[in-house]
Design a protein around this ligand. Structure first.
Ligand code: ZN
Ligand code: ZN
Length: 346
């Protein structure tokens, strides 16, 4: 599996070796804030203006050659809730969120449906799916739309994109539009950080994240990575995609808070010296939830693909510990079962 992870993250060798900082509750300074709005493309490649990364194969090798301190011999425990997805075709009384697995969630807001990083496939390039998708791909209604955070294989799955209804609308960060059009998907809206698009009653806004991009047919950082804010007019949903902890969350909370539901990654975070730049650990995700001024958090990006050193079912336990240690309200920090449908409180 480590070889698989190595391939998936093949270009990550240039990542910085230090764990993400912890700004915590500190206010965002003006230079920090302006860094979120700064130019972020240079010579055809995107970058994070607030924290540049260093290219180094040494880091990747060091990770791959270092012993894993975690025991992964026990099969992971991931709760599964049977769900045929049939409800998605109907009208929800208010709103619900269903976890399909990994970073894929189906948000059902009244009569509308949108998916986050739809992945219903068998593999994330090499790592094999450990739990079947929580709903059948065929249950996604033709009027649904999707938001895509970046092109890594655990977030963008060609088979799923081609199998989902051709009528679906796609919202993608800069540099990914042609990839969709090459697959016959014409309803594609490419956005830069801080740009918004309107779809019916929804305002869909692309926001910065602290990550990177790469897949076989796209070079390192040739397409952008992002988070999304989807505002139905009644409810605000934040989807972080893949990201390290950074001061963007505090700025999003200031500009858009309160947010109803924050879908935040909690898994694929060890070892910290290598993963900290690009993936939050559960304690950082909890801090991001506070920074966002969100009512509820759903922890995702765990339990589905074995990508990093920690056992794939460790993240929910670590999140519960982090929330308890901070004296937080565990009823607001949710971890769903695969296929589980959670009603957004009115
Ligand atoms: Zn990624
Ligand atoms: Zn990921």
């Amino acid at each position: 599996m480590r070889a698989g992870a190595a391939l998936l993250l093949a270009a990550s060798a240039w990542l910085a070796c230090v764990a993400a900082g912890s700004e915590g509750d500190l206010p965002v300074s003006e230079p920090e804030r302006s860094s979120l709005y700064a130019p972020h493309r240079e010579g055809g490649r995107f970058f994070n203006p607030w924290r540049r990364q260093d290219w180094s194969f040494v880091d990747l090798l060091r990770w791959q050659l270092s012993p894993n301190r975690f025991d992964k011999s026990r099969p992971p425990q991931v709760r599964v809730v049977a769900n045929d997805g049939a409800r998605l075709a109907g009208v929800e009384g208010s709103a619900s969120v269903t976890w399909v697995g990994h970073a894929t969630l189906a948000v059902h807001d009244e009569g509308d449906v949108f998916l986050t990083d739809p992945h219903f496939g068998e593999r994330a390039l090499i790592p094999k799916r450990l739990v079947p998708p929580g709903i059948p791909i065929e249950s996604v209604p033709p009027h649904a739309f999707a938001i895509v955070s970046h092109n890594h294989y655990d977030h963008l799955d060609a088979w799923s994109v081609e199998k989902l209804p051709a009528s679906m609308g796609w919202y993608v960060p800069l540099g990914l539009g042609d990839w969709f059009r090459a697959r016959g998907r014409d309803d594609v809206t490419e956005l830069d950080w801080w740009q918004s698009a309107q779809r019916g009653r929804f305002t869909i806004t692309c926001l910065p994240s602290q990550h990177w991009s790469r897949r076989i047919e796209q070079g390192i950082n040739e397409s952008l990575w992002c988070a999304w804010l989807v505002d139905s007019g009644e409810r605000k949903y934040f989807f972080a995609g893949d990201t390290g902890y950074f001061h963007g969350f505090a700025e999003f909370g200031r500009r858009f808070g309160p947010i109803d539901v924050a879908m935040l990654p909690i898994g694929a975070y060890e070892p910290r010296w290598f993963m900290g730049y690009q993936h939050m650990n559960p304690a950082e995700s909890y801090q991001a939830f506070l920074d966002l001024r969100a009512e509820h958090m759903i922890g995702m990006h765990w339990g589905t693909f074995d990508l990093t050193d920690e056992p794939v079912d460790l993240a929910p336990k670590a999140l519960a510990e982090a929330v308890a240690k901070a004296g937080g309200d565990a009823s607001r920090t949710l971890v769903l079962g695969v296929g589980e449908r959670w009603h957004v409180p009115e």
